[in-house]
Design a protein around this ligand. Structure first.
Ligand code: NPQ
Ligand code: MG
Length: 367
């Protein structure tokens, strides 16, 4: 495919409630949205999942936009299939979220042209997926119980609690006592150290599905040592940035479950490779979340519909994060979200609403 233009915009969306994790409290979602326009005038859309600051990973919105303009788009030379993008961009190190966004926008346009849904292209075998929800660190245990109650009433099928030192054993105990049967897991976003094995092993009594990313993203050895002390399965998130890193972590027994986030691993095509590896190694996978708008949420649902995604993901309804989404809202039904079945990612942004929340806009046009 040949491209005539890349349109970028940075939008700002308030969150319905502040989201606190071990790396800080977010009240807004700043998102970089990409539209690629092909020579035959088909638009492909994607969002870059980087945060405004490099707190979750080294990438951030302004850096991703600069990387795309300065290196990635020139390397594509206004012509590529989605399948060629990763190879063409390989010389530029890192930048998985920026690369994933470009590849996904191109894939959306390509699939629209060939009239195929992303779900079909990726190999989905489900038409709806089970939804989980990620719950931030609360100001108090009663407030946490109120928030979790709200999600349980809405029908979420799995609860994930964000934890950090001094917000772990007690909140998890209270939630587990109140909902003895609900699938429950925790996410530390790297907040613990190698010496915290005994502390984390105290969570074993709560029958958790998994502990997500307790240690530093680079500490694969530490996670494998921890896995020998803690009975609860360890699940890596931030550490898994490619197929290679997934192979390494599995081989080292540092992870027995994997959270796949397409932005973190450089795209949906790399995500399918990790899925296939995990399926062959009997490692369960689930689809992570980066507080995506409807554009990113739609594509994540297509991925979560693959056969190896056997655990509910952080694929929540639009209303979990936003009062008004930039696409038609994703609404949960009996704890499930439907997998979009239209061509490409299967959704379109509301351009008037997009304009009303745009902070910055620029284009790169073919000369
Ligand atoms: C995680 N997501 O699994 C991430 C972390 C995260 C749903 O828990 C703005 C943008 C704020 C991205 C906060 C969930 C964010 C963000 C947390 C990602 O580790
Ligand atoms: Mg995580």
């Amino acid at each position: 495919m040949k491209f005539s233009k890349f349109n970028f915009r940075i939008i700002g969306l308030p969150l319905v409630r502040p989201f606190r994790t071990s790396f800080g409290t977010q009240t807004h979602r700043e998102v970089l949205i990409i539209e690629v326009v092909t020579q035959e005038n088909i638009s492909g859309w994607a969002e870059c999942v980087a945060m405004s600051e490099p707190l979750y990973s080294p990438e951030y919105v302004a850096g991703c936009l600069d990387l795309m303009k300065r290196f990635l788009i020139p390397a594509l030379n206004f012509e590529s299939s989605a399948e060629q993008v990763a190879t063409k961009l390989k010389p530029f190190l890192g930048g998985q979220m920026a690369k994933a966004a470009l590849e996904t926008a191109i894939l959306d346009a390509q699939l629209k042209k060939s009239k195929m849904s992303l779900a079909k292209y990726l190999g989905a075998n489900k038409t709806k997926v089970e939804c989980g929800v990620s719950v931030g660190i609360a100001d108090s245990i009663p407030k946490l119980i109120d928030e979790v109650s709200d999600y349980v009433e809405q029908g979420y099928r799995r609860i994930k609690l964000k934890i950090e030192p001094n917000w772990d054993y007690e909140p998890v105990k209270e939630v587990r006592n109140r909902w003895p049967e609900i699938p429950l897991q925790v996410d530390a976003n790297q907040a613990y150290s190698r010496n915290d094995g005994k502390l984390l092993a105290r969570l074993d009594e709560f029958n958790l599905l998994l502990i997500e990313q307790p240690l530093d993203e680079h500490d694969i050895l530490g996670h494998s040592q921890l896995a020998k002390i803690v009975k609860t399965p360890i699940c890596l998130d931030e550490s898994i940035i490619s197929l290679q890193s997934a192979q390494d972590a599995i081989e080292m027994q540092a992870t027995s479950v994997i959270n796949i986030k397409p932005g973190r691993v450089g795209g949906y095509i790399e995500s399918v490779k990790i899925h296939d590896l995990c399926l062959s190694k009997k490692i369960p996978v689930w689809c992570g979340g980066m507080l995506e708008t409807g554009i990113g949420r739609a594509a994540n649902l297509a991925l979560a519909a693959l056969p190896g995604f056997t655990l509910p993901g952080d694929t929540s309804a639009s209303s979990r994060y936003f009062k008004k989404d930039i696409t038609s809202p994703f609404v949960m039904n009996d704890g499930y979200l439907d997998v979009p079945n239209g061509v490409g990612i299967g959704v379109e942004p509301d351009l008037d609403y997009l304009d009303s929340i745009t902070i910055h806009k620029e284009s790169v046009v073919r000369k």
